[in-house]
Design a protein around this ligand. Structure first.
Ligand code: NAP
Length: 318
């Protein structure tokens, strides 16, 4: 009886150990059955939340995301310019060289993980008429205003649009995603439970991994990202040109610089170029960086100049 009551309560209550608060009288004997019920309720939820996700652009970042999607039990399809059949197979994903074949599989979610620069041509070449009438389009580009306006312009109103940016990569997220930010904007989600649920199920992938979920407009994202992301990549790339090496007397600060170079150097130049070309705030940041470097040099050389001039006059007096 208790179990039946719990069963219906579980179906309605959020899962994850909150039952103890509702049912303080439950003791050890019931605990095993309770956990079993909880697990079954969790299974049911998983079943409902399992998505068929098509990843367009199966390069570095697309494959990195696919590992976690696959581990969470989602069914994966992939399409890319390069033939990644073997990589896809190793992740349990089906690879489609022809985007027509992929679209005919009717995925729930189409996720763009293409380079920023290639996103528009790839989207235009996708036979979206072969998809189901309501499909959720999402993307993980490192700039946000650009894909938002591209999707709004190109996709018919019956497609849902969710813009996201996982603010981590294969290097910074290699030990898990806990605490790492996932920025998102629900740009256009149809007004019905099923579509809202599908969007939630997709976002839940990141929430389950412990990501810090940040709902933010694409405009605000880009304003912030120029300061954080573009600056980080620029300094990392600048330092990488100095070919820095580890020494026996590395300080913590120097170790941090070497780590920054390592963190940014594996990303493609296309990605970095995209951060510059498709975020209007990046030009301003680059100019400010230039001015800051100039003023720092002026301050140093100004002081040096004063010392030299003083020495010059002292010598001439002598
Ligand atoms: P990327 O160089 O930005 O993009 C590589 C992907 O773009 C590959 O799938 C590649 O396909 C495709 N691509 C490039 N040029 C193409 C073209 N002319 N036609 C068709 N496809 C083309 O590197 P990435 O690291 O994999 O990033 C993918 C996306 O995720 C980017 O938008 C990036 O901003 C975003 N992102 C990356 C990270 C990261 O840490 N790496 C983090 C967050 C978000 P092929 O491999 O088949 O050539």
């Amino acid at each position: 009886m208790l179990i039946n009551t719990l069963g219906s309560a579980l179906a309605a209550a959020p899962i994850g150990g909150r039952l103890r608060r509702h049912y303080p009288e439950i003791r050890a004997l019931d605990a095993a059955q309770l956990f079993d019920l909880e697990a079954r309720a969790s299974d049911r939820l998983d079943q409902r939340g399992r998505l068929k996700i098509a990843i367009i652009g199966f390069g570095n970042f697309g494959q990195f995301l696919a590992q976690t999607f696959a581990r969470q039990g989602h069914s994966l399809l992939a399409h890319s310019r390069t033939d990644y059949s073997a990589a896809a197979a190793s992740l349990g994903a089906s690879f489609f060289s022809d985007p027509n074949d992929l679209c005919e599989q009717h995925p729930d979610v189409v996720l763009f993980s293409t380079s920023i620069l290639s996103t528009a041509p790839v989207l235009h070449s996708l036979p979206i008429q072969r998809l189901r009438r309501n499909t959720l389009f999402t993307e993980v580009l490192s700039v946000k205003e650009f894909p938002k306006s591209l999707f709004l312009k190109h996709l018919p109103p019956h497609f849902d649009i969710l813009c996201t940016h996982p603010m981590f990569g294969p290097e910074s997220g290699k030990d898990g995603w806990a605490g790492l930010p996932l920025v998102f904007e629900k740009v256009r989600i149809g007004d019905c439970d099923e579509r809202a649920e599908r969007c939630k199920s997709f976002l839940d992938i990141f929430e389950r991994e412990g990501c810090r979920m940040v709902e933010m407009s694409c405009v605000d994202h880009d304003a912030n990202a120029a300061e954080t992301q573009f600056l980080t990549h620029t300094v990392g790339r600048l330092l990488s040109r100095l070919d820095l090496k580890s020494t026996p007397i590395d300080t913590k600060g120097y170790e941090a610089l070497l780590k920054l170079v390592q963190n940014t150097s594996n990303d493609s130049f296309d990605l970095y170029n995209g951060l510059f070309m498709y975020n209007k705030n990046s030009t301003d940041l680059l100019e400010r960086l230039d001015l800051a470097f100039d003023s720092l040099k002026k301050e140093l050389f100004g002081k040096l100049h004063d010392v030299l001039r003083k020495q010059l006059f002292e010598n001439s007096e002598n």
